[in-house]
Design a protein around this ligand. Structure first.
Ligand code: HAM
Length: 429
């Protein structure tokens, strides 16, 4: 049975070689921990929603690209459903349902697994995990800056610096003005606006002639678009975001770049994407303001300004690996309990249980095993200490504790064994 294309298996390290969709479960846990820790430092609370949603949730407003990539099907109750391709519509639905129960601004984060039926390529798979952080109920541009600071710190927490990545900030408002100033072909109207954003979004990845033709069809000259991008003149709101980040000492991490416009349809104000500085990888993260989505998803009942971003694990893990920023992972078992005398297995189990109750990571042979094999296993696990229950001629039980590296040994009464072990182990084991 083969794995489906574009999906990954996550193995404990060492990851089996020669399989580019066998990824490290340890590295993933490391990234998730940094995401969670950073979100909490910024006062964000964790939420989650269902991985399957009604298809309508996405056809309402995500934009054609994502709808074209949906994993959708009709369930056994004849409902048209889809695996979630992004978290934002779920968040908007959840908040709209219980908006009154939460004080504003709402600051929430999630780490959902998302599914998009897209062509598998470098940095793009059919599933990925995405750190989502969103603020709802705040119109001030201070919230945009706060969110971008969180994005920067989530990457800094993983060892990345301003020489590794940059957040490019831009403004849908600025582009909207540009579009409205330039609409020659009045017939294009609103439909043309979204198409125009799509062309800008793909400008850097599309041959120039193709972009020129598509823009001309909407009544725009490629040169005018390029001049606007090159001028990189910050709008007042972008300047406020820059000043805010500068005040925190995070100015080096951001730049105004009007190439960014975001493919998704619901964005309204400041938008941004994070990229590696060397331009080797696809976007690490992307987000922005979406002040009308809650209104739309609540059927016009609730008006709540919102903004957020999503940071995928795929590009990020590739980048961390390329920059040598992933730590060496081990099973982190500290202690191996040798069972050399099977008549003492019950006592050994009692010792293992007490040590685990005390928070230690302990392993032992599940079945009668030759001593050499037990030692080999302990070595493979990289334990720092070996323990063995022993009984003297008088029938008194004691525990021998051996430090694997120094070979230093001590024998302690059975009841004092766990305390003695804890005293020997470095903190955190
Ligand atoms: P997005 O730009 O579609 O935004 O995705 C955000 C990030 O998720 C991307 O920058 C990329 O790192 C990762 N990503 C997206 N698709 C894939 C894929 N097929 N394979 C691997 N990684 C992928 C959103 O999804 C918005 N809902 C984010 C947001 C939250 N906006 C406001 N709040």
């Amino acid at each position: 049975m083969d794995r489906l294309p574009g999906f990954r298996d996550f193995y404990p390290e060492p990851v089996p070689p020669g399989d580019n969709l066998a990824w490290s479960a340890d590295a993933r846990a490391h990234v998730f921990a940094a995401w969670r820790h950073t979100a909490r430092r910024y006062g964000f609370r964790e939420y989650d929603g269902p991985p399957v949603e009604s298809l309508d949730l996405y056809t309402v407003k995500s934009g054609e690209e994502i709808v074209g990539q949906l994993y959708n099907f009709t369930d056994k109750g004849d409902r048209r459903v889809a695996l979630r391709p992004e978290m934002t519509p779920t968040l908007a639905r959840m908040v709209a349902a219980h908006e009154r129960d939460y004080k504003k601004p709402i600051k929430w984060f999630a780490i959902p697994q998302l599914f998009r039926y897209e062509r598998q390529q470098k940095g793009r798979l059919r599933e990925h995990f995405q750190f989502n952080a969103d603020i709802l109920g705040e119109t001030s541009v201070a919230a945009d800056a706060e969110l971008i600071a969180l994005l920067i710190d989530a990457l800094r927490a993983l060892g990345l610096s301003a020489t590794d990545f940059q957040v490019r900030i831009s403004s849908r408002n600025a582009w909207q003005e540009f579009y409205q100033r330039g609409v020659v072909n009045a017939e294009a109207g609103g439909a043309g606006e979204y198409e125009f954003y799509q062309i800008i979004d793909k400008l850097e990845r599309t041959p120039e002639d193709e972009s020129r033709k598509k823009l001309a069809a909407l009544g725009f000259a490629l040169e005018a678009v390029k001049d606007f991008i090159a001028a990189a003149q910050p709008t007042l709101e972008l300047q406020a975001v820059l000043d805010n980040l500068q005040a925190r000492g995070l100015g080096d991490f951001v730049t105004v770049d009007y190439h960014v416009i975001r493919g998704l349809a619901y964005y309204t104000g400041v938008v941004f994407e994070a990229f590696d500085r060397q331009g080797e990888f696809r976007a690490i993260a992307g987000g922005g303001r979406y002040d009308n989505l809650v209104h739309l998803i609540s059927g016009g009942k609730i008006q709540l300004p919102a903004l957020g971003f999503g940071m995928g694990d795929v590009v990020l893990l590739e980048l961390l690996k390329a920059r040598g920023l992933l730590p060496r992972f081990s099973g982190a078992v500290a202690v191996y309990c040798l069972v050399e005398d099977e008549t003492l297995r019950g006592d050994s189990l009692a010792l293992v249980q007490q040590a685990r109750d005390a928070g230690l990571a302990v392993d032992y042979p599940l079945t009668p095993t030759k001593p050499e094999k037990q030692f080999k296993r302990a070595r493979e696990l990289g334990v720092t200490h070996l323990v063995t229950v022993e009984r003297n001629d008088a029938g008194e039980k004691s525990v021998r504790i051996k430090h694997v590296q120094t070979r230093a040994q001590q024998s302690v009464p059975f009841t004092a064994a766990v305390a003695a072990l804890i005293a020997e182990l470095p903190p955190g084991r």
